[in-house]
Design a binder for this molecule. Structure first.
Ligand SMILES: *[C@@H]1O[C@H](CO)[C@@H](O)[C@H](O)[C@H]1NC(C)=O
Ligand SMILES: *[C@@H]1O[C@H](CO)[C@@H](O)[C@H](O)[C@H]1NC(C)=O
Length: 645
């Protein structure tokens, strides 16, 4: 997934509306009690402990947050996933049957790792200790209900009456509400959606969140409900429950793979944070992949848009700096961050210019001074909280010093043109109301087999990409189970190898020849592979309820560099923040004319102004100048604070 895509439509940025900071939602709390007025900050256990953290390790980290980071706004301490899993030989992230659940099928902390939870206390004591440190307490939870609870067929708690949920004269159980065909795509054995059309399904979700509130939870990260795992029903129901609780709880969504601004607009008023990228780890590719997506959400006006009882923030994921573990590991922290110092500064600068929530991920018991100075840099934190009109700034020039000055490629507003570009057709998922999802046509080829094509040019009727559409083949057993459920649903077969079916995995290449990284996998009975063709030309996936679109992108044939980027924002005192980023693998000289800055500054006219500046990372000052120009190291950045007159 290391393709780098060209962002072609820069000009969309200048014509967009500038109302980035939307009015707070009408349905807000009492005056002064707004949720997530500013992008939240804190610490999350995942990057350093994966799922294995213990109560002692958690509280040790919280202690450091309160002593060293709270004064910089880091306030939430969040236990990431699987706090209910018993840590035994051979257990891993997608094991089945090792979780600690209560009589109502709800997850409770593993008492071996969380001793204070014994006797039905859950996280009460941990939350109390966290609150006593002046911090707020968060937990990660998965979608819906666990497979373990469904297998045990536990009764559902009626949260109003405090007894088993009864309706139509019977007690309802886990198997009545669990949707097996909507198992979490990235944790198939672990969790599945619940049917929110059922009273018992809604009662179950309420019984979870009321318990979290009783424990003293202030922040919930709900995973496997967003991005390609979209479950709008659960998000809507949870949001409703949270509004009705007497305890303010921030609502955060994950993961963010394949999230589009349209998907974000469908949820932003229901939540406070939502991830807009897949997991971010300490590789340069992960950092670089955040530039396009953060630009798109900024230009769609999503930064600080209305949210659940306050505001909402596109979330670029944790900062995996310092002392870490590995993705999906069953081991605690054991290695240092692999990003270079320049890359770490670039990450912190982009996250701040895009006003992302800042959740540090490293083990704080090993917080070194360099890392600490990066994540507590006062100017960056000021920008993250208080800057406005944040957007990508395209009016820059750059010279990339390829091979020690032998070859200098002069570029304007963009990227290296020296590489050959190929058209690639990429599958994206978006909400079905999105007009860009229209464009599928279906025609009969033979009986029981239609062909579905994406028309890329409606005028000339030119077809870009076709698949065969067939009713899923069923064994007679499956027929009994699935017939009702998948009425009207189809498999979409690759034309050249019909045992492969289209999978709702976004941002994959639409080719079956190169199966690695492609959107096709072996046909199976899986909601992810079930599609419904609508007469308006949309193609809806049964797992997420999202619709497929195809985008044609120019992709470079090599990874020589990701180009030059720049972001701009304004400060509270009228200062201008301008960041340059060098995504290339060679040092680049990047420059901008002062007279171009107001092209991205609404209501500001700089005319022939000259500006004085300070560069934040080097602390160098200069001016007055008419042009800013600086050599930026490989994968590095420069951040100017400009005062213009
Ligand atoms: C297309 O039709 C589906 C099903 O009726 C609907 O949900 C969707 O919003 C429509 N999309 C567009 C873009 O008209
Ligand atoms: C900038 O300077 C030029 C020449 O000195 C002048 O003609 C022009 O009007 C000035 N522009 C603004 C916006 O002040």
């Amino acid at each position: 997934m290391k393709l780098k895509f060209l962002g072609l439509i820069f000009f969309a940025l200048f014509f967009r509306s500038y109302s980035l900071e939307r009015k707070l939602s009408e349905a807000s709390l009492a005056v002064g009690e707004q949720h997530a007025d500013l992008p939240p900050r804190g610490w999350n256990s995942y990057d350093s402990f994966s799922w294995t953290i213990s109560e002692e390790e958690f509280l040790q980290n919280a202690e450091v947050v309160s002593k060293r980071l709270l004064s910089s706004g880091y306030q939430y301490v969040v236990v990431d996933y699987l706090w209910y899993r018993r840590k035994e030989e051979g257990v891993w992230a997608d094991s089945l049957g090792f979780d600690v659940i209560d009589e109502w099928g709800r997850m409770i902390p593993d008492p071996e790792r969380w001793p204070s939870s014994r006797g039905g206390k859950g996280f009460t004591e941990v939350a109390q200790k966290v609150h006593d440190m002046g911090l707020k307490f968060g937990i990660h939870v998965m979608r819906g209900i666990s497979t373990q609870a469904v297998n045990a067929n536990t009764p559902i708690l009626d949260p109003v009456k405090g007894v088993a949920y009864e309706e139509s004269g019977r007690v309802w159980r886990a198997q009545d509400i669990g949707l097996k065909e909507k198992a979490c795509a990235w944790m198939k054995n672990g969790f599945m959606s619940v049917d929110t059309n059922l009273g018992a399904g809604r009662a179950f979700l309420r019984s979870l969140y009321e318990q979290y509130a009783q424990w003293g939870v202030d922040f919930v990260k709900n995973d496997c409900v967003f991005g390609s795992d979209f479950d709008i029903n659960e998000i809507t129901e949870v949001s409703k429950v949270l509004t009705e609780l007497n305890r303010p709880i921030l609502y955060s969504l994950s993961p963010g793979t394949g999230v589009t601004p349209d998907m974000a607009k469908a949820v932003n008023s229901l939540v406070n944070l939502y991830r807009i990228t897949g997991d971010d780890w300490d590789t340069w590719g992960d950092v670089a992949s955040h530039f396009d997506v953060s630009r798109d959400f900024a230009s769609a006006g999503m930064i600080g848009a209305g949210g659940l009882q306050g505001k909402s923030w596109p979330d670029l994921d944790m900062l995996p700096l310092g002392w870490l573990t590995d993705p999906a590991s069953s081991e605690g922290p054991h290695r240092s961050c692999r990003l270079s110092l320049d890359e770490q500064k670039t990450q912190m600068t982009l996250w701040s210019m895009a006003k992302s929530p800042l959740m540090y991920g490293g083990d704080l018991r090993n917080l070194d001074d360099t890392t600490s100075s990066i994540i507590t840099n006062p100017k960056l934190l000021e920008i993250d909280y208080y800057s406005s009109n944040n957007m990508e700034f395209p009016f820059i020039n750059a010279n990339s010093h390829l091979k020690a000055g032998n070859l200098v490629i002069n570029r304007k507003y963009g990227k290296l043109k020296k590489r050959s570009m190929l058209d690639r057709h990429i599958l994206h998922l978006t909400i079905c109301e999105d007009h860009s999802a229209k464009g599928w046509v279906s025609q009969v080829v033979e009986s029981e087999l239609d062909r579905v094509c994406w028309k890329w040019n409606l005028g000339t009727n030119k077809r870009l990409f076709c698949m065969d559409k067939r009713k899923p083949l069923l064994t007679s057993d499956q027929e009994m189970v699935y017939k009702q459920q998948y009425q009207g649903k189809h498999h979409l077969l690759a034309l050249d190898s019909r045992e492969f079916c289209l999978d709702a995995s976004p941002k994959r290449k639409l080719t079956s020849q190169e199966l690695k990284g492609s959107s096709f996998s072996r046909c199976k009975w899986d909601a992810n592979q079930m599609w419904e063709f609508n007469v308006n030309g949309t193609l809806m996936n049964s797992y997420s309820g999202l619709c497929a679109t195809v985008r044609t992108v120019k992709a470079a044939t090599d990874d020589a560099g990701g180009g030059i980027r720049s972001w701009i924002a304004t400060g509270r005192a009228g200062e201008i923040f301008l960041a340059f980023f060098n995504l290339n693998d060679v040092t680049s000289t990047i420059s901008a004319k002062i007279s171009d800055l107001d092209r991205a500054l609404p209501g500001r006219s700089l005319g022939n102004a000259s500006c004085t500046y300070t560069e934040v990372w080097s602390a160098k000052s200069d001016g007055p100048v008419n042009t800013i120009s600086i050599d930026v190291a490989v994968h590095g950045c420069a951040l100017f604070v400009l005062r213009c007159a």
